[in-house]
Ligand binder design. Structure first.
Ligand code: PLA
Length: 425
């Protein structure tokens, strides 16, 4: 009886390609079901993880009677903003020292991207943004709704399961001068393929020569670094990683700041602090001068105020508590290492399980790719088969969240992949 409704003509919208996987998973009554869709860390027991250091920070916050629930300023918690800028640009960043960085607390990575995009749509002279092909499925929607016009640049080569560096250089070389370019700071989602530092340097030179404006999406900072260290066999570095070497996976971003040019960076604390539902993130805009940065910040406030007025206080307070206390910061990195170790171990176990089954094809990308995801190369039909026959849930592009696997579930996944490849290959 909806004929009388003013909304009666609405069509049923499809579920989100990533978050909808969880919706489908929740409806499945099978005891063997496995959710490898969304990139959310799970323990070996398949449970969500709250870091000990986060629990401790929350305890400190609760016990502090001087803390109140007043509104934060429009730009968020000042300490949090300073510490976030330091985390991504480096504690000794000349841009920070010169007050050339405007940082605002936003609603996690997505909110930071959206505020940055809305700002650019109002105040930047070029409304075209180039995003990698493929990229996180929400990118085109965020940017289009903000009023930017989205184009793509080649990024991934399915044949080599590696970077299409030539295609990338050609496409950015042919881009409209002054256009915005979205870059994944590290652990590219969904491919797990990142440029090398030498390639980043070439990208930087090309972009600067054409006046292209870099917009970094940093949703996996630190997690990616630790994984990279272990996969790179440089495990000895792990001993030093609590004392400053964590900075390495912000390296591409820092290269673009070191040249004195301008850029934007959207940071998320969802994955690296496990604060998914707290919605904590930051948008930083690095400017040429302190004067410009101050004007940029004033305009960011005009973007934020009518959208959600000001950001929530709890998650940002947790992050600030941890980042400003060197002991808690070190504890955080140790817990990160444990998460990264488990992801690495899942990569190895899955690779070994497929090798043991003699599954046709080269699966070495499972241990080569970086970050939380494996971009398996399985096609939509194979994915649908695995969901139907094995109750394994993943995005239709063949991406699996390695963080959702455990030693117990690896054999089930390997059986499913083996069956999909041999029967639907
Ligand atoms: N940018 C990239 C590249 C991401 O992968 C994600 C999250 C975000 C930004 C936004 O994260 P946030 O707003 O929660 O901070 N991608 C997830 C989740 C982990 C999602 O799709 O929302 C994913 O499964 O791809």
């Amino acid at each position: 009886m909806d004929s009388g409704s003013v909304f009666a003509s609405l069509v049923q919208a499809p579920e989100d390609p990533i978050l909808g996987v969880t919706v489908a998973y929740n409806k499945d009554p099978s005891p063997n079901k496995l959710n490898l869709g969304v990139g959310a860390y799970r323990t070996e027991e398949g449970k969500p993880l709250v870091l000990d250091v986060v629990r401790r920070a929350e305890q400190l916050l609760v016990n502090d009677q001087s803390r109140v629930k007043e509104y934060l300023p429009i730009v968020g918690l000042a300490d949090f903003n300073k510490l976030s800028a330091k985390l991504i640009f480096g504690a000794d960043s000349p841009a920070i020292q010169a007050n050339r960085v405007a940082t605002v607390q936003c609603l996690s990575g997505t909110g930071s991207l959206r505020v940055g995009a809305e700002f650019l749509a109002r105040h930047y002279h070029q409304l075209t943004i180039y995003i990698p092909q493929p990229t996180w499925g929400n990118h085109p929607k965020v940017f289009t709704l903000a009023g930017l016009s989205v184009k793509t640049y080649r990024y991934y080569d399915p044949a080599t399961r590696g970077l299409n560096f030539q295609g990338l250089l050609e496409d950015l070389g042919a881009a409209t001068s002054g256009a915005i370019v979205l870059l994944h700071a590290c652990a590219h989602n969904p491919t797990g393929v990142d440029p090398t530092l030498e390639q980043w340097e070439q990208i930087r030179q090309l972009m600067r020569s054409k006046g292209l404006l870099p917009f970094f999406d940093s949703a996996y900072q630190v997690v990616a670094l630790v994984v990279w260290w272990i996969t790179g066999g440089q495990i000895e570095n792990m001993l030093g990683f609590a004392s400053g070497s964590l900075d390495a996976d912000a390296q591409p971003v820092r290269m673009f700041v070191a040249d004195g040019g301008e850029c934007l960076a959207a940071q998320s604390y969802a994955k690296n602090m496990g604060l998914y539902g707290e919605r904590v993130g930051a948008l930083s805009i690095v400017c040429k001068t302190a004067d410009v940065a101050s004007k940029v910040e004033s305009q960011l406030k005009l973007v934020i105020r009518p959208m959600y007025s000001n950001p929530p206080i709890h998650g940002a307070s947790i992050v600030a508590t941890i980042l400003k206390d060197s002991k808690m910061y070190d504890e955080w990195t140790v817990e990160l290492k444990a998460m990264a170790d488990r992801i690495i171990s899942m990569r190895k176990q899955l690779f070994d399980a497929l090798s043991a089954r003699g599954t046709p094809g080269d699966w070495s990308h499972i241990i080569k790719q970086i970050g939380m995801f494996t971009f398996t190369g399985l096609n939509g039909e194979q994915v649908a088969f695995m969901t139907k026959e094995y109750h394994i849930y993943m995005t239709s592009d063949g991406r699996i969240s390695m963080a959702g696997l455990s030693s117990k579930t690896v054999p089930h996944l390997a059986d499913a992949i083996h069956a999909a490849v041999t029967r639907m290959g």
